[in-house]
Design a binder for this molecule. Structure first.
Ligand code: PLP
Length: 373
């Protein structure tokens, strides 16, 4: 029997987001005891301990609906950034806020400009709305804000800039950002997705808060998923002028931040010790990766985040599989049209060692030749 159903034509053009493989699945499929996941840019130290304690104290309250306004967390974030509470919107991960932005600002045929090899969610959420993704080329694996600016038309409504970008790990400078924002026409909203903000050194940090304070059409996205170690809770936030938060709130599901996330996030913000430890480990891991990648003579993109994009001289699918069979999950980059590359998240120092030992073994395998007919 032929099944017919209503189908939006646009869905044919969308590749669903491809997440990293979960540890339990790889353990099951490959019969492995120990699996190291370096695939989703999670914090290898686990969650912020103060966040865990806060959840344990509050767990019995999950029978109630959460505070739809997220009052406590928004108040805390407002104080931290010197903003008003009305400048803050919470999301079920910052990825939900990417969706919310597309629902709030894109009509069919409206254009969203970003870079090629930018975080793939911007294109997916744009297509959902029937919007048109416009991709500017990169320069040295980095967002080229001039190339993006040149692609702004009367139909452009949204611009997404991941800074640092995932999967390249590169960032744009404050001078470039300033030149870009100063010239922006009023009919576009520019979104700075700063998911890796906490891993940047102070002198590397984007100074984008000033544009929110000035009331420009600028939205900043931050998350608790990376340096704070709360990826499984799903909580992120937007900092934006009131007029933009107003539009976004119209399309926000009222109970989009769950209760435990609202309890854990403020506690994580108080956990300075954990954040410092996470940053310090990341510094050490970055150095270790650079040293090892150089030693192995591998090509990579210099990173300022908690992962690195490695380019091989052959299809990376085989290397990915060889690592997987030995219990190390990395992230293939086919979806980004980089079939010879893998993105690898920094682990603990011990996990990093296992990764490089395993990688060397995987690379030592003979390259398979096509068999003769
Ligand atoms: C990890 C990541 C996010 C964060 O996603 P959450 O939904 O907050 O977990 C957002 N943007 C980029 C570029 C990322 O890499």
């Amino acid at each position: 029997m032929k099944v017919t159903y209503p189908r939006r034509r646009i869905l044919e053009s969308i590749q669903p987001y491809e997440p990293g493989r979960p540890i339990s699945e790889v353990q099951r499929e490959h019969g492995l005891e120990r699996v190291i996941k370096l695939a989703s840019n999670e914090n290898p130290l686990g969650p912020a301990p103060l966040a865990v304690q806060a959840i344990q104290r509050e767990i019995s309250q999950i029978y109630r609906y959460p505070d739809a306004s997220g009052f406590h967390l928004r108040q805390k974030l407002a104080a931290r950034f010197g903003l008003d509470m009305s400048n803050i919107m919470l999301g079920n991960g910052s990825v939900e806020i990417i969706d919310i932005l597309c629902v709030a600002f894109l009509d069919p045929a409206d254009e969203m400009v970003t870079s090629e090899r930018a975080f793939s969610k911007y294109v997916i959420a744009t297509r959902w709305m029937g919007g048109v993704p416009v991709l500017a080329p990169m320069k040295n694996w980095t967002f080229d804000l001039n190339a993006i600016f040149e692609r702004i038309t009367n139909q452009t409504r949204l611009i997404f800039i991941a800074n640092p970008n995932n999967p390249t790990g590169t960032r744009v400078s404050n001078e470039e950002i300033h030149r870009f924002v100063s010239r922006l026409p009023h009919h576009v909203v520019v979104v700075f997705d700063e998911a890796y903000f906490d891993y940047l050194e102070p002198e590397e940090r984007p100074d984008t808060l000033r544009y929110v304070r000035e009331g420009r059409n600028v939205v900043i996205l931050h998350t608790f998923s990376k340096a704070y170690g709360l990826a499984g809770l799903r909580i992120g936030y937007a900092l934006a002028p009131v007029h933009l938060v107003h539009e976004m709130n119209i399309v926000r599901e009222a109970f989009n931040m769950n209760h435990l996330a609202q309890i854990a996030a403020p506690a994580a913000l108080d956990d300075e010790e954990f954040l410092q430890r996470s940053r310090e480990l990341n510094r050490q891991s970055k150095q270790m990766f650079l040293d090892e990648l150089n030693r192995l003579g591998l090509d990579y993109v210099p990173t300022c985040a908690n992962f690195v994009l490695i380019h091989f001289d052959r299809p990376a699918a085989k290397i990915f599989q060889a690592l997987l069979r030995r219990g190390v999950i990395t992230r293939p980059m086919r979806g980004y049209h980089l079939p010879n590359s893998l993105r690898v998240t920094f682990g603990t120092l011990e996990e990093n060692e296992v990764f490089f030992r395993t990688l060397e073994a995987a690379l030592a395998q003979p390259v398979e030749m096509p068999s003769a007919p």
